[in-house]
Design a binder for this molecule. Structure first.
Ligand code: NAD
Length: 336
């Protein structure tokens, strides 16, 4: 059993903790608490072991019984999954993981150079094998890599132009916006293109981005110049056969991110999650060698399977395809 600890029990961390518990080859040793909140009450009700990253007195005053502090957690794990807010992963690496010689998986809020490799399982699992520090790229970058990789492999890519239409905040988040504006990212390219190249090293990609008043999902509009000719039907077939991509259909009245989220709830997904990248069948088009498509990204969940595969890669499980299948099976990905 691979012993796993989760540092940072928020949007991503709580999902990864649940996902680890569903793997037959992993054991969740515990999660950290940074301050007292309802998530800690839930963790305690789920009988997770809680280790105080901070605020131990506040936790105790509120009836949370920590097993120890973050150092106690580090002493019991093979791998830590760091799910703290951006930049804290780097600090934690220097303060805890490096001195204690503990392997760690970081999230997309960290810089590429904080880890040995940036990671999307179906693109570069082998590159991450036995690495001490692996960074699962952001939700947007994961979405770009998952669909561009099979296209690049089969048809070759001259160049990609993609626009990220980003959700303003996660659904629970009362602090961020916009709530009544479209905010362009005035940085060209937006950071997503260079970030995708940390995984897809040879893909020539240029991205632009904006934030819009929604919390449900991100949307991407992609234009891909192909090296070899393809039809829209062939691309659709390729997406249908590729893991962690779901083709959705306007014809079935899945016309929006709202309907995708409702679909995820209706098929019984925990928290209504949709870790697959959703590509609209009717949105795929080809003109000369230019391919157009639209995809929706559930930012809260699409990186969760990647983190599970990153744990296996870090601990030397050498068969990436098998890891993806095991993760998919345990998390019900691709099944419906
Ligand atoms: P979050 O704010 O929801 O959760 C962060 C958690 O870390 C909170 O529970 C907080 O209490 C805890 N925390 C804060 N400081 C801590 C510390 N010093 N030690 C231990 N715990 C601490 O954040 P999130 O959205 O889960 O993001 C985590 C990482 O995942 C970031 O790198 C982010 O960029 C990345 N990510 C987020 C999303 C998303 O849409 N939310 C998607 C993909 C990747």
């Amino acid at each position: 059993m691979i012993k796993v600890g989760v540092v940072g029990y928020g949007t991503i961390g709580k999902r990864i903790a649940d996902a680890v518990r569903l793997q037959k080859d992993m054991e969740l040793v515990g999660v950290t608490a940074h301050s007292y909140n309802y998530r800690m009450e839930i963790a305690q009700k789920k009988r997770l072991k809680i280790f105080a990253a901070d605020g131990i007195e506040e936790l105790k005053q509120n009836g949370i019984k920590p097993e120890g502090d973050i150092n106690d957690l580090l002493g019991q794990v093979d791998v830590i999954v760091d799910c703290t807010p951006k930049k804290l992963g780097k600090e934690n690496k220097e303060k805890y993981y490096l001195p204690k010689k503990v392997k760690a998986i970081f999230q997309g809020g960290e810089k590429h150079k904080t880890a040995d490799v940036s990671f999307v399982a179906q693109c570069n699992y082998d590159e991450a094998l036995n690495k001490d520090y692996i960074r699962v790229v952001s939700c947007n970058t994961t979405g770009l890599c998952r669909t561009l990789f099979p296209i690049s492999k089969k048809y070759g890519i001259e160049s990609v132009h993609a626009t990220m239409i980003r959700r303003a905040a996660d659904p629970w988040d009362i602090h961020h916006g916009p709530i009544n504006a479209v905010v362009p990212v005035l940085e060209l390219p937006s950071h997503h293109g260079p970030d995708a190249q940390t995984v897809l090293h040879d893909v020539n990609i240029f991205t632009t981005a904006m934030s819009v008043p929604t919390t449900l999902m991100h949307m991407h509009s992609l234009i891909v110049d192909l090296k070899k000719e393809a039809t829209a039907e062939e691309i659709l077939d390729l997406f249908r056969k590729t893991t962690r991509i779901r083709v959705v259909r306007n014809a079935e009245r899945v016309r929006s991110t709202a309907e995708i989220m409702e679909f995820a709830k209706d098929i019984g997904r925990l928290r209504g999650d949709m870790p697959e990248i959703c590509v609209w069948e009717e949105g795929i088009g080809v003109s000369d060698n230019k391919l157009f498509y639209l995809q929706a990204i559930h930012q809260e969940s699409n990186v969760v399977p990647e983190n599970i595969d990153a744990i296996r890669a870090a601990t030397g499980f050498s068969d990436g395809q098998k890891s993806i299948e095991m993760t998919n099976e345990a998390l019900d990905v691709d099944h419906f």
